[in-house]
Design a protein around this ligand. Structure first.
Ligand code: UDP
Ligand code: MG
Length: 318
């Protein structure tokens, strides 16, 4: 049984925001008076605070509250994927729980979708609250990614968006372990558009995105959508080899023809260090790709569910 609109919300230690989020979602969604109804799909991503009991209490009161309790913390992208796998809506909204993505935009997103688009994403015109370092790294990352991928992934855009059923089914056909949902959606094509908004501060609680998790997301995005780092490794290998060849010629010339040579400790040290650095970086880049290859070869399920009030995954609609 499908509803008209699903809202997928990943939760990681969001006890401070869950109540207000629920209220604000209802205040936005109820006036829409959707004939087909709506559902709120909350995915508890291994929270360590009281998010789960709060969520279960909501679900007991309100039939429209759906919950998926993952067996541990799998990370934001996988939590969203779990929600998308089970959401039944003809259209699905992805939104953060911390009210940085204002629920009040949902009607606008939906209006645009109904004009005949399959994806309407919300682009950040400005962002408040986040630290200067976070804003800077995000800015750099989006621009770097735009330069080195073939897929045009919109800059300054998170996962806050509405997508059609077609797009959800497309995502469900992508079994990759290292999820970068906004990239996968860009890759799909269809008719995509955006609206702009000013990103608010986190309402309560603290960010669940540590620098480590951000780094992982960035590397997942880059490796899933670009081979440029591998090419850079190859090209720098050729460049360094070329320079080394010239230096070798000169060394031989100095040693045997002019017989004017120095003990050369400094140049030796420099070239050894430089070569070592280039080699290690290249091996590291290859390693990032191999790690992802092996993760996909293992074919583990992306996540495990410990409890839910939702029906099992619907079969894929093709
Ligand atoms: N989140 C999650 N698992 C995690 C980290 C975050 O499900 O491991 C959720 C979090 O509850 C929120 C959304 O992902 O709904 C965005 O996270 P957060 O606000 O911490 O990231 P930021 O806005 O700081 O980038
Ligand atoms: Mg946030």
């Amino acid at each position: 049984m499908r509803v008209e609109l699903s809202v997928v919300i990943p939760l990681y230690n969001e006890e401070a925001n869950l109540g207000e989020l629920y209220q604000r979602l209802l205040r936005v969604l109820e006036p829409l008076a959707l004939p087909g109804g709506f559902e709120l799909v909350f995915v508890n991503d291994g929270s360590r605070d009281h998010t789960l009991p709060l969520l279960l209490a909501l679900a007991a009161r309100d039939m429209r509250v759906r919950y998926i309790d993952l067996s541990r913390n799998f990370g934001h992208q996988i939590a969203v994927t779990a929600g998308l796998d089970r959401a039944t809506g003809a259209a699905v909204v992805i939104i953060d729980a911390d009210l940085q993505d204002p629920p009040e935009l949902i009607p606008l997103l939906r209006d645009k979708l109904r004009e005949g688009h399959d994806v309407v994403y919300a682009k950040r015109r400005s962002r408040q609250g986040d630290s200067a370092a976070k804003r800077l790294t995000a800015r750099l990352f989006y621009r770097l990614l735009a330069r080195i991928t073939h897929v045009s992934i919109p800059v300054d855009t998170g996962d806050f968006r509405i997508v059609s059923r077609k797009v959800v089914e497309g995502l469900r056909q992508m079994p990759e372990q290292n999820k970068f949902i906004r990239g996968q959606i860009s890759w799909m094509g269809y008719r995509q558009t955006f609206i702009e908004y000013d990103r608010a501060e986190r309402a309560g609680g603290a960010t669940g995105y540590t620098y480590r998790k951000m780094m992982r997301l960035a590397l997942d995005g880059i490796t899933a959508f670009s081979d440029v780092p591998l090419k850079v490794a190859t090209i720098s290998g050729f460049l360094v080899s070329g320079i080394a060849f010239l230096v070798a010629l000169y060394t031989l010339y100095a040693r045997f023809i002019t017989r004017d040579y120095q003990p050369g400790w400094a140049s030796l040290m420099l070239s050894i260090l430089f070569l070592g650095g280039v080699q290690l970086i290249s091996v590291g880049i290859i390693g990032e790709y191999i790690a992802r290859l092996s993760a996909n070869v293992r074919q583990r399920p992306l996540y495990l569910i410990s409890d839910t009030n939702m029906p099992p995954d619907l079969p894929l609609v093709k």
